[in-house]
Structures are given as structure tokens and as C-alpha cells.
Ligand binder design. Structure first.
Ligand SMILES: Nc1cc(-c2cccs2)n[nH]1
Length: 247
């Protein structure tokens, strides 16, 4: 997968050299290209923003630098088109389902904005010839889209084949379609069996895989009810057996 990111703070993406994503890049699974938006701002001050038409607070990012920057990225492979992803509090929710959809794409272009956003004509221009998604990573406001891009690149990158070792596949992720859809992961334990008087639940040491799976599901249901009751309402009743219903 190729990933392009255009930003006035490319240094925000240093974490993408580290750990899981860093190794995926070294192994050629992920090919990330960072671009400094100001390289396409030709005035002496390399200006990328201006006051909003119609008045109002803050600054809006000018269309010209973005248009030239995106055109340059698109020229990297004229025979293909990236999916453009615009982080914004006003976007559709970024979910595990959307992360899985993006993980199937060959090329993503992220356009994190600062200030009050990018002149709307930019995405209108590209939206007429390729997929442009406005995506929110949560109902809170960041200072800029760069952190949202880090979130999405990590959530998508870990799903790419070969990135996660077999030991920890993404199949059992919370929110992943299937048995864990709309369920939160339950508690986890490792050695020692007793720590500061706290024992590991006996069932987990029993070696009885059926009972362990049952216990884990019960704990996932309990935690979901405690922390995200609305997800329980979304659970497919077909997947709830009579034991679940008694919880
Ligand atoms: N979910 C979300 C996105 C954002 C921003 C994107 C760009 C500037 S602020 N805040 N919260």
C-alpha cells in the first residue's frame, strides 16, 4: 500500500518510523511519502492560509497550494488514483469497519488541515474524479489533522497482511466484524498467577478451552454493558444465546 500525506508539519509523522508501522515500511508492506505543503506556496512567506470569506474566526487554508500539491502526488502514478481522506470533526466516523475498507485500498492520500480547514473548492475539484472522504476520529476538536492521520495510518497499517504476527491477529479485535462486532475485549492476564494478592481467574488456568471462550465472552458482554451500553443494543440478537441473555 502506498500512503501519501501532505502537511505543513511533516515532522508530526516521525512516529511512523517506529515499531509496527516502521517495520512494515522497512519490509515494503507500507510505502509512505510525506510532502511539505509550503513547497507549493510560492510567495516569499510561503503562505498557505488566509481570512475566511464571509468573516468569522480563524484562517482557512488557500486552495492554490493544495491544488498544486495534490496534482504533484497524483502525477506519481497517472494510471491510478488514490482515495483522498480529509480528517475533520465534521466527517463520517472512523471505525474498524472503515479501517478495514481502507486496508484494501492500494493508495491513500491524507490531507490533514490546520486552522479552520481547507477551502471547500479543493475537495470539490478532486471529488468530481475520485473518492474523497471527510473522516472524523472522534467527537472532539484537535489543533490539526496530523494526529488524526497518525491514528488512521496505524489502525489501517496494522490490518495489512504480514504486519501483525500470527500471534496477535486482528480477527479478534474489538469492533471487528464477526464474533466481536459491537463487543469490547474483556480483561487479559499473564504470568505470574498471583500478583500482590490478586489471583488470575481460575478458569483461565483450567485448560478447558470451551469454558475459557465462554468466560471471555461473558466478560466482553459485561464490559460492553458497563462502558458502551449502546453497542449492546446494536448486537445481532441471533448471536446472543440463552446464556448471554441471563447476564
Ligand atoms: N475528529 C477530529 C478531526 C479534527 C481535526 C482535523 C483537522 C483539524 S482539527 N479534530 N477532531
Amino acid at each position: 500500500m502506498r500512503v501519501d500525506v501532505i502537511s505543513i508539519f511533516p515532522e508530526y509523522f516521525a512516529p511512523l518510523d517506529v515499531s509496527l508501522i516502521g517495520k512494515a515500511r522497512e519490509r515494503g508492506i507500507l510505502d509512505i511519502h510525506l510532502h511539505q505543503l509550503r513547497d507549493w506556496a510560492h510567495d516569499v512567506h510561503r503562505t498557505v492560509d488566509d481570512t475566511p470569506y464571509g468573516g468569522g474566526p480563524g484562517m482557512v487554508m488557500k486552495p492554490e497550494p493544495w491544488g498544486e500539491a495534490i496534482d504533484t502526488v497524483l502525477a506519481a502514478d497517472p494510471a491510478a488514483q488514490p482515495r483522498i481522506i480529509v480528517p475533520t470533526p465534521s466527517g463520517v466516523p472512523f471505525t474498524q469497519k472503515l479501517a478495514m475498507e481502507y486496508a484494501a485500498e492500494p493508495w491513500l492520500l491524507f490531507t490533514p488541515a490546520r486552522y479552520e480547514g481547507i477551502d471547500s473548492r479543493v475537495m470539490a475539484e478532486y471529488g468530481s474524479r475520485m473518492r474523497v472522504d471527510e473522516v472524523s476520529v472522534g467527537d472532539y476538536v484537535l489543533a490539526g489533522g496530523e494526529v488524526a492521520v497518525l491514528v488512521m495510518v496505524e489502525a489501517v497499517g496494522r490490518l495489512l497482511p504480514g504486519v501483525l504476527g500470527n500471534a496477535n491477529s486482528a480477527v479478534d479485535d474489538s469492533f471487528a466484524p464477526g464474533a466481536m462486532e459491537n463487543l469490547l475485549e474483556g480483561p487479559v492476564y499473564t504470568k505470574p498467577p498471583e500478583w500482590r494478592g490478586h489471583e488470575v481467574p481460575e478458569i483461565l488456568l483450567s485448560g478447558h478451552h470451551g469454558k475459557i471462550a465462554r468466560w471471555r465472552r461473558d466478560e466482553a458482554l459485561r464490559r460492553t454493558a458497563r462502558n458502551r451500553l449502546e453497542l449492546l443494543a446494536a448486537l445481532d440478537p441471533e448471536t446472543l444465546d440463552k446464556h448471554d441473555r441471563k447476564l
